[in-house]
Design a protein around this ligand. Structure first.
Ligand SMILES: [Zn+2]
Length: 270
């Protein structure tokens, strides 16, 4: 799908979110086989022009062959690669090959994080490729390759979810320490995960503090009732290749991670 592209920024968690203490309530890979490729059909609803310089430069890799007049780039709807979704490779101890495959993909796409995987996969680290950006008016530091995806999300949120009037007060993006245990590696280390209002959107399957939080203790019919963020936000993030950990056993509702193809975030307008 296409979407408008605007400026962004950012922050995040991973079993992450475990490290985030809850506060009082207020606010296709190359898969080994290319068959797992996500859908990349451009969507019509959000028409956008790539106007943000950071976005444009970050998306340069998707620019078509150089020509005198570069084609206008538009947001492209994508689906997270199933094999990159946490639930497909945990526990890591019994899914070593599947987990290793994700480490290789993440390292080659975003940088090598010592000691996870093979340093030969990438001579750079995610931190060397991280940039400060903004998302919904807030600052956040993310891997430059996913900044365009956040811009696509923001542009559509402002249209599709305007009625919800939700405005986050805090974000979390790239991290320098792994918050997962048992060999798993959080996507926050790669700068491709973002937490929205880490103290308000619960992670009931994370640390003990969260389990005692009102949002986790109450009986609900849907996971969407365990957060302050509107469900509409989840739907928009998912539309542009982000996976929501609210679907995971962690119930990490604050956490989105980009698990689609970073080379297909923006595509030339037909
Ligand atoms: Zn997170």
């Amino acid at each position: 799908m296409r979407g408008v592209v605007g400026p962004l920024l950012a922050v995040a968690c991973g079993v992450a979110c475990a490290a985030t203490a809850p506060a009082p309530p207020k606010v296709t890979a190359p898969p080994a086989t290319s068959s797992a490729a996500p859908s990349a059909s451009p969507s019509p609803s959000v028409s956008a022009s790539v106007s943000d310089s950071a976005v444009v430069s970050a998306s340069a890799s998707v620019a078509p062959s150089a020509s005198s007049a570069p084609p206008k780039l538009v947001c492209n709807a994508q689906t997270a690669f199933p094999w990159l979704i946490r639930g497909s490779y945990i526990p890591v101890g019994s899914h070593k090959a599947a987990h290793q495959k994700t480490l290789e993909w993440r390292s080659k796409q975003y940088g090598y994080v010592k000691p996870h995987g093979d340093p030969d996969w990438n001579s750079k680290t995610p931190h060397e490729q991280a940039v400060d950006t903004t998302f919904m008016g807030l600052s956040v530091r993310m891997h430059k390759r996913v900044v365009p995806a956040l811009a696509c999300v923001e542009a559509e949120l402002k249209v599709a979810c305007a009625k919800d009037k939700y405005k986050p007060g805090a974000l979390a993006g790239i991290r320098d320490h792994n918050t997962y245990q048992g060999g798993e590696v959080t996507n926050h280390l790669y700068g491709i995960a973002i937490d929205i209002d880490p103290t308000l959107n619960s992670c009931c399957g994370c640390v003990t503090k969260w389990k005692k939080h009102p949002l986790c203790k109450k009986k609900v019919k849907s996971i969407y009732e365990r957060m302050v963020m509107p469900q509409c936000w989840v739907e928009v993030f998912e539309k542009y290749g982000f996976y929501w950990l609210g679907h995971d056993t962690l119930q990490d509702t604050m956490h989105f991670e980009f698990l689609a193809d970073p080379d297909k975030i923006l595509v030339p307008q037909p």
